[in-house]
Write a protein that binds this ligand. Structure first.
Ligand SMILES: NC(=O)c1ccc[n+]([C@@H]2O[C@H](COP(=O)([O-])OP(=O)(O)OC[C@H]3O[C@@H](n4cnc5c(N)ncnc54)[C@H](OP(=O)(O)O)[C@@H]3O)[C@@H](O)[C@H]2O)c1
Length: 262
């Protein structure tokens, strides 16, 4: 699918994968509407994209706040036109502490990573259904396929995204609206800069290039890179002790044995 003059809305565009996606989308000729909380970063990115001849706008919003997000998306539609492609990318990482059962943290993470995706879709889907066209993508994670020790809320949030997207995709298969769930492995971004246990790491711009190509070819699910995908799928069949030991070795003694002990 050609992205020339398509209106692409990206949440979480102030940093990391979202920022790289905005640059890649403009490179492909799309107009981009950008959402995040850090306005200074969005403003600079829009200026950079416009300086390269791109069309871009931004609105500040917290994706966990339904009213503010919906207003922001409507304001961007006034500026750039109806959304053709939504990439619900905003997300926060797991703190990976033994205290993963801290309920306030878990609640905040689920609000951003799962409800933020649901609210973003809710703001654009009705109009896409009226027009019988559009594409909705959610950035999930390979961590959605396995409940990893030390990342309970994160894995649950991403598994929730997968299920939500799958359900809509099947229900709306004849609606003209396409759904793509994107599950990246480790990508070098501010979210992962202190993560020492990463393997098969991709740069954000390479990840964005692959993600846009997957969206253009209308993949239903895009898991990448290949090696991490294989390892994650294999982990589903490993005994718990082996998963715990592997995670302990990679993230430094924060595996299953520590969860719930405080
Ligand atoms: N990096 C990886 O290895 C990796 C792997 C798999 C999946 N992912 C997923 O990829 C997505 C992007 O992550 P990243 O690695 O690019 O991280 P990042 O560099 O930390 O970027 C996260 C983005 O989300 C935005 N965001 C966070 N909370 C928000 C909120 N409440 N409202 C609005 N925007 C919010 C941030 O903007 P503000 O702070 O300005 O609001 C930022 O633009 C996430 O969903 C993440 O779970 C990442």
């Amino acid at each position: 699918m050609d992205w020339k003059n398509k209106n692409v809305l990206i949440t979480g565009a102030s940093s990391g994968i979202g920022q790289a996606l905005a640059k890649e989308a403009v490179k492909q000729g799309a107009k981009v509407g950008l959402i995040a909380r850090r306005e200074d970063l969005l403003k600079n990115l829009v200026a950079e994209l416009q300086a390269k001849g791109g069309t871009a706008g931004y609105q500040r919003a917290d994706v966990a706040d339904r009213a503010s997000l919906t207003n922001a998306i409507f304001a961007l539609e006034q500026q750039l036109g109806p959304v053709d492609i939504l990439i619900a990318n905003a997300g926060v990482g797991s703190t990976n502490t033994p205290d993963n059962l801290k309920l306030d943290e878990a609640e905040a993470l689920i609000k951003v990573n799962l409800l933020g995706v649901i609210y973003s879709i809710g703001a654009v889907l009705p109009k896409m259904l009226e027009r019988k066209s559009g594409q909705i993508a959610a950035v999930s994670s390979l961590a959605s396929y396995k409940g990893l020790p030390g990342a309970a809320a994160y894995c649950a949030s991403k598994a929730g995204v997968n299920a939500y997207m799958e359900s809509l995709r099947i229900q709306l298969r004849r609606s003209g609206v396409r759904f793509t769930t994107i599950c990246p492995g480790f990508i070098k971004t501010p979210m992962t800069e202190t993560n020492k246990g990463m393997m098969f790491v991709l740069e954000a711009d390479e990840a964005a290039r692959r993600m846009v190509a997957a969206l253009q070819s209308r993949r239903k699910i895009y898991n990448f890179p290949w090696a991490t995908t294989r390892l994650t799928k294999l982990a589903r069949f490993l005994p718990d002790w082996m998963v715990a030991q592997t995670v302990d070795e990679h993230v430094g003694g924060q595996g299953a044995e520590t969860v719930g002990k405080r």
